[in-house]
Design a binder for this molecule. Structure first.
Ligand code: AMP
Length: 566
């Protein structure tokens, strides 16, 4: 079975396809969302999800979150005394989801469709694929999140042809996509986005306000205090008051403090963030050549679209209420599962051909000859324009610049600027050409973008017929198969915390965190209930443990509520 996975910035989840449509796979705690958080203890035990989140509050230096933003980059995350890349941390999340899926489905799961933001470039997509492989999954397809979401909404089942806009505001990324469904072909017409805009920015805004109001200087705060305050701010962000205002409850210097922000003030403070939403919306519409009124449906995806202020803004921007019939947290995973089923050619599913576009323009660096025969370097020559439907292949001809030039360096670039140096360098390809006069040697460069949005560059020297091909690799982070296997072996000593013990561990970690937050009688109560629970755990009687877990959980709920009753 091919499962669908939404590997999110904040939360990840998996889904599978049934005769009744796609369904979410609950994780080891019976929950639908697994926080994309990883923590490692001194025994090399890896915690993923809620337990990792609880550990983050206690040992922030041993955990990491929001690593999806750094996917494919050289950034190193230090967890205790170990070092990991974003794709390695993601592979732990995927490993945990895979284990949960296997347990739930009662069969081995080795294949998956994994989603990525439409705006993810080639390097980030490849890193995501590798994360899947490091987790022991064959990644059948990398699917763009908006395409997956549109499939989940079943928009293709409603009408013979329609146009829709997917508005996806997650934890760390923002994507707008225009899709066109016609005659069983689902085509992404255009994508635009901002890789650095998401719910975290709204949390940051509230966090800064909270610090300011309470005269707290961030440089004076310990990692633990920062994590605690941020968690309190995050809670308030996700549970605003009926009128849209925010109440942040936290203990500051031993006092229980309530920090209030009205809806109006919040909207004023967030106006710059809202302004940043407009630009990708405009660009996607203009690239697709579509007017707002021609859009049949607006679909909301991503946790941040649950914010009332965001919904209101979207309604105003488009002059209509968006479709929210599918949970915005789940749409992408459900769509990825449907795509997995389509790949398996499940009979009960109407097969839809998905087409995607390349999110960025891809080209080469060239020199331009000026009037006085002066060569000017640093120019960008596009080969595959952004929003070209993929798979796609385009060729351009180039010529040698100088007499006796025997080497040509092809600098492969991605971006929209006229100047090479403003665009992102994806790699170089070095060619040896026959010694000849300037302009006499022709080189045909072909860029091919496959359905997974992976780029292959081919350069052909016309006179000799010699061809050099390169699958674009990120020089800094790409791995060969051998390197990958070696790294998998290295990582294999890190075991994901056993799933059977996860529920107990989450509670014990929560108890530990609450102990640090509480004082006096509540602390005594915590100590007593925790000891009781530990005693039952030691007796190793599963039925008794289940009963005690329930009681301990209820006791913690009560204590947490007491802690925050003002
Ligand atoms: P995603 O990347 O789609 O999982 O989105 C995660 C983001 O959604 C995080 O920044 C969360 O804080 C935010 N989020 C999740 N639920 C809510 C909610 N009910 N209200 C506001 N923001 C939310």
């Amino acid at each position: 079975m091919i499962i669908g996975i939404d590997l999110g910035t904040t939360n990840s989840l998996a889904a599978y396809y049934t005769e009744d449509g796609p369904k979410i796979i609950p994780n080891r705690l019976g929950e639908r969302l697994t926080p994309s958080v990883v923590s490692i203890d001194e025994h090399n035990q890896v915690y993923v999800g809620r337990s990792a989140q609880e550990r983050m509050a206690l040992h922030p230096e041993e955990g990491a979150s929001l690593f999806k933003r750094s996917m494919g980059s050289k950034k190193e995350f230090h967890l205790g005394n170990q070092c990991f890349s974003a794709e390695e941390l993601s592979s732990f999340v995927l490993r945990s989801l895979k284990e949960d899926a296997e347990h739930f489905l009662g069969q081995e799961v080795t294949e998956a469709v994994i989603s990525v933001p439409a705006y993810f470039n080639d390097v980030k997509r490849k890193a995501t694929k590798r994360a899947g492989e490091l987790a022991g999954l064959k990644v059948e397809r990398i699917i763009s999140e908006p395409t997956a979401a549109a499939i989940a909404y079943g928009l293709y089942e409603k009408k013979e042809s329609s146009k829709f806009l997917v508005f996806d505001l997650g934890g760390g990324t923002f994507d707008v996509s225009i899709l066109d469904y016609d005659d069983d072909i689902m085509e992404v017409r255009a994508v635009a986005g901002d890789n650095y805009l998401g719910g975290e920015d709204f949390t940051n805004l509230l966090f800064e306000y909270f610090l300011e109001e309470n005269h707290l200087d961030i440089s004076d705060l310990s990692e633990k205090e920062k994590t605690y305050y941020r968690n309190q701010v995050e809670k308030s962000k996700c549970h605003p008051e009926e009128d849209g205002s925010f109440r942040i409850l936290a203990t500051v210097n031993g006092d229980k403090i309530e920090t209030f922000l009205s809806r109006k003030e919040f909207e004023k403070k967030a106006s710059q963030l809202f302004d940043r939403i407009k630009q990708p919306v405009r660009r996607s519409l203009s690239d697709a050549g579509v007017r707002i009124r021609e859009i049949d449906e607006i679909v909301l995806v991503g946790g941040t679209t649950k914010m009332p202020a965001v919904r209101k803004y979207v309604s105003r921007l488009f002059g209509r209420v968006p479709d929210t019939s599918v949970n915005p947290d789940e749409a992408v995973a459900l769509g990825a599962a449907v795509q997995g089923a389509m790949k398996e050619r499940k009979e009960s599913i109407r097969e839809v051909i998905l087409t995607d576009v390349c999110p960025f323009t891809l080209g080469v660096e060239v020199a331009v000859k000026r009037e006085n025969n002066r060569m000017e370097n640093n120019h960008f020559c596009p080969i595959l324009e952004r929003n070209t439907v993929i798979p796609a292949s385009r060729s351009e001809k180039f010529y040698t610049l100088y007499d006796h030039q025997t080497q040509v360096e092809i600098h492969i670039l991605q971006g929209e600027s006229r100047f090479a140096s403003n665009n992102v360098s994806l790699g170089t390809l070095l060619l040896t050409v026959p010694d000849n006069k300037a302009g006499e040697e022709e080189i045909d460069i072909t860029y091919t973008y496959d359905v997974n949005a992976l780029l292959e560059v081919e350069a052909k020297i016309k006179s000799t017929g010699e061809t050099v091909t390169k699958l674009i690799k990120n020089q800094d982070t790409d791995m060969t198969m051998e390197q990958m296997q070696a790294r998998m072996k290295e990582l294999s000593y890190l075991k994901i915390h056993p799933r059977e013990q996860e529920a107990n561990k989450v509670l014990l970690l929560r108890g530990e965190r609450l102990y640090e937050e509480a004082t006096g009688e509540l602390r005594d109560a915590l100590e007593a209930v925790t000891r009781q629970f530990e005693a039952v755990l030691n007796r190793q009687d599963p039925a008794k443990i289940a009963e005690a877990r329930k009681e301990y959980g209820e006791a913690l709920d009560w204590i947490e509520e007491e802690l925050w009753t003002f």
